[in-house]
Design a protein around this ligand. Structure first.
Ligand SMILES: Cc1ncc(COP(=O)(O)O)c(C=O)c1O
Length: 402
């Protein structure tokens, strides 16, 4: 008997852990902004694998690069260099535009943040061990990243966490100053547009103050651009709008179109604190992953990813804002949160999928929209119609969608 006799969703429920909850659907192929269910039904994907598939599903250039590299060389270990890693790192340095740096490659956003936390402590030395992060910020599920995450419900079941983390409220410059005054803070860690918290922007003046206060205090500034990076917010990286220079930037998600890659970029002076043997991971920076990242970044540059996010984002935000039941849209570029009049986000998500649209409920009253940056105007029009129908159904029968 095949494991999929009860369907892919049933098989997943039988054999996979329940940490994500039951799958909402099962997909077998995809192209651009469209995913195809196991039943053959086509669905518009306005989540893009959670801000990962910015070039859409299976972009031909990326698929070709992965296929070609898979036939040539997959993995050798980090005892050896490969033909793509240094070029991907060079491109990151170029796009970030904050001067010379060095890159550590891992396999996820959480790993990029783990590396940043370790490097910060290594650079700061004895006496400066603490990391100050923000309430609402999300940095991943591994212990260091989870300790930095400012969403306490995600932490409590797993205590004790890593010692030496504190959280301040975004916007509370006084609280940040008080933490820094103690003189024992290695780094301040900020997610500028808090995606997992409901696409909540951290006030610009707070980020600017954080840069100023950390500079004056000898503390590093780490920006988590895992979700916001690679054009999604209308800039290559969200911090560029403010013209600040962070000491480290963590990256993942869109970097390789869904091939698992995370990266930590650190200014050269900071990066030099890592000595051989201080940190590592078996798969990080391997030839196949780097081929996927190289083709992705090259294509994002050719398509002007930030420009796409700005124009398409404006269209989408304006249309969603006008829908009955939506009180406003926040976020930037194509990382948007539709705020709902009533706490029916889960029902909206369920009905939207029935209508042929993937969106993501965050909490009770926010629906996250993060389509591929290559989404077309026609797809935006169709998605907004489907979202409108889902909102209407959720208003009438909120219980059905639970
Ligand atoms: C801002 C941010 N940082 C870190 C992470 C963790 O990345 P990963 O799930 O790849 O470990 C995420 C994931 O959603 C994220 O949005």
């Amino acid at each position: 008997m095949s494991v999929t006799e009860s369907g892919l969703v049933g098989a997943a429920q039988r054999y996979l852990m329940n940490n994500y909850g039951p799958p909402l659907a099962a997909f077998v192929s995809g192209s651009g902004s469209v995913l195809v269910e196991d039943s053959g039904r086509e669905v518009l994907d306005f989540l893009a694998g959670i801000a990962v598939c910015s070039l859409g599903h299976c972009h031909p250039t990326v698929t070709a690069a992965i296929s070609e590299q898979a036939g040539k060389l997959i993995h050798t270990s980090n005892f050896f260099a490969n033909e793509h890693g240094p070029e991907v790192a060079r491109r990151l340095e170029d796009l970030l535009g904050i001067g010379e740096g060095r890159v550590f490659f891992g396999n996820s956003g959480a790993e990029a943040n783990e590396a940043a936390i370790k490097l910060a402590r290594r650079f700061a030395g004895e006496g400066r061990r603490r990391i100050v992060a923000l309430e609402g910020g999300f940095h991943g599920r591994t212990f260091g990243a989870l300790s930095a995450t400012g969403q306490f419900a995600k932490q409590i079941p797993f205590e004790p966490l890593v010692p030496g983390f504190a959280h301040v409220r975004p916007g509370d410059i006084g609280a940040l100053e008080a933490e820094l005054t103690r003189g024992d803070v290695a780094a301040v860690m900020i997610e500028m547009l808090q995606g997992e918290a409901g696409v909540v922007p951290v006030p610009d003046e707070f980020v600017l103050a954080a840069r100023e206060l950390t500079t004056g205090n000898g503390t590093l500034l780490i920006l988590d651009e895992v979700q916001t990076g690679f054009g999604r917010t209308g800039e290559w990286f969200a911090f560029q709008r403010l013209g600040i220079v962070p000491d480290m930037v963590t990256l993942a998600k869109a970097i390789a179109s869904g091939f698992p890659v995370g990266a930590l970029f650190a200014r050269a002076e900071v990066a030099s604190a890592f000595q051989p043997g201080d940190h590592g991971t078996t798969y990080g920076g391997q030839a196949l992953a780097m081929a996927a990242a190289r083709a992705t970044i090259q294509t994002l540059v050719e398509l002007d990813a930030p420009g796409l996010a700005r124009t398409k984002g404006e269209l989408l935000a304006k249309a969603v804002e006008r829908l009955p039941g939506v009180t406003g849209v926040r976020g930037r570029g194509l990382l948007l949160g539709a705020m709902l009049e009533r706490p029916i986000a889960k029902a909206v998500q369920t009905y939207a999928l029935e209508e042929g649209l993937i969106v993501n409920a965050i909490g009770d009253s926010v629906v996250r929209l993060a389509p591929p940056l290559v989404v077309t105007e026609e797809e935006i029009t169709a998605a907004v119609q489907r979202l409108g129908r889902a909102l209407h159904r959720a208003e009438v029968e909120p219980g059905e969608g639970k």
